[in-house]
Design a protein around this ligand. Structure first.
Ligand SMILES: [Zn+2]
Length: 207
């Protein structure tokens, strides 16, 4: 039989950690978390091209919550679904306190591009993919949802710039439909060959 020593006899009282050590460890942890967050979240130092009209909407609740985007893995294309409306009208709608949707960009009927949400924040356009997509809403003249020539040209230019900026491929463009099955952007769901053409045009675009 082995005789065991009574444990109580060998346990010594640990001396309490000095307070300053705790403070230093806490501060270091905070600094490391901040550095980690800064590295993970795409920053807003991306220079927006001068052909984009920056009209950032107010932080207003569900439309723009001011929540950081987690990553940028795809570019999500939408259609506004309201024929003949301008980019400005849609941007102003996003800016209303009661509106629960928003997109990073809107491409208008004259080819104008308005930015509504900072690139380092989530927009409210693409459901569960708001966390890792940049969203582009596109205006259209009629209910078929087909984009006109100027609008299409600006959309291609914007998507090519976004792909370049985030080191994505044109094949990283997705439709809202690819996320939720919603018929958005309508024409490019009903005409998959037109969607494939858009991807091709973005891939071939040269500034
Ligand atoms: Zn959509």
């Amino acid at each position: 039989m082995v005789e065991t020593k009574p444990e109580a006899a060998v346990i010594k009282q640990k001396s309490p950690k000095p307070l300053y050590a705790t403070v230093v460890v806490t501060l270091l942890t905070v600094v490391l978390i901040a550095i980690g967050a800064a590295l993970l979240i795409p920053d807003d130092s991306i220079r927006i091209p001068d052909w984009v009209d920056e009209q950032i909407i107010e932080i207003n609740g569900a439309g723009r919550r001011g929540v950081p985007i987690e990553a940028v893995n795809n570019i999500a294309v939408h259609y506004v679904g309201n024929p003949g409306t301008s980019a400005q009208a849609n941007r102003n709608y996003f800016n209303q306190p009661t509106t629960q949707v928003s997109s990073h960009f809107i491409v208008g009927l004259d080819g104008e591009i308005i930015q509504c949400v900072p690139l380092n924040e989530k927009s409210s356009a693409t459901n569960e993919r708001n966390r890792d997509t940049i969203s582009v809403e596109v205006c259209h003249p009629d209910k078929t949802g087909q984009f006109n020539e100027q609008t299409y040209a600006s959309l291609v230019r914007l998507c090519a710039w976004l792909c370049d900026t985030y080191e994505l491929e044109a094949t990283d463009l997705i439709r809202h439909y690819d996320v939720t099955g919603k018929l958005c952007p309508l024409y490019y769901v009903e005409h998959p060959e037109a969607w494939e053409q858009l991807i091709q045009d973005v891939a071939n675009y040269e500034e």
